[in-house]
Design a protein around this ligand. Structure first.
Ligand code: FES
Length: 97
């Protein structure tokens, strides 16, 4: 089953991914405005704002939660794209620094 990843405020077309696909493995500089650095959840380059989600995304790991609580306190819409295995249709945009 495929899920649609839509990019808000971007000219990139939506991307279809399969259940469980990791965003950092499937989104590239060619198909997405989301950039990746470390891909292991420590640099914050891939921070995204989840504008809409058909179903809840998988919960944050403790490390992702700690990182985001420090970098984006109080903003529950921010996630690290490299830590997400997709399980729903979502609309996302690159998080403001
Ligand atoms: S790419 Fe570094 S935190 Fe996601």
């Amino acid at each position: 089953m495929g899920y649609k990843i839509e990019f808000v405020n971007s000219d990139k077309k939506s991307v279809e991914l399969n259940q469980g696909d990791c965003l950092s493995e499937k989104l590239t500089i060619h198909n997405s405005p989301i950039l990746f650095g470390c891909r292991i959840g420590i640099c914050g380059t891939c921070a995204i704002e989840v504008m809409d989600s058909e179903h809840p995304l998988p919960p944050k790991t403790p490390d992702e939660k700690d990182f985001l609580d420090n970098m984006y306190p109080g903003n529950e819409k921010i996630r690290l794209a490299c830590q997400i295995h997709i399980n729903t249709n979502i609309k996302i945009r690159k998080a403001d620094g």
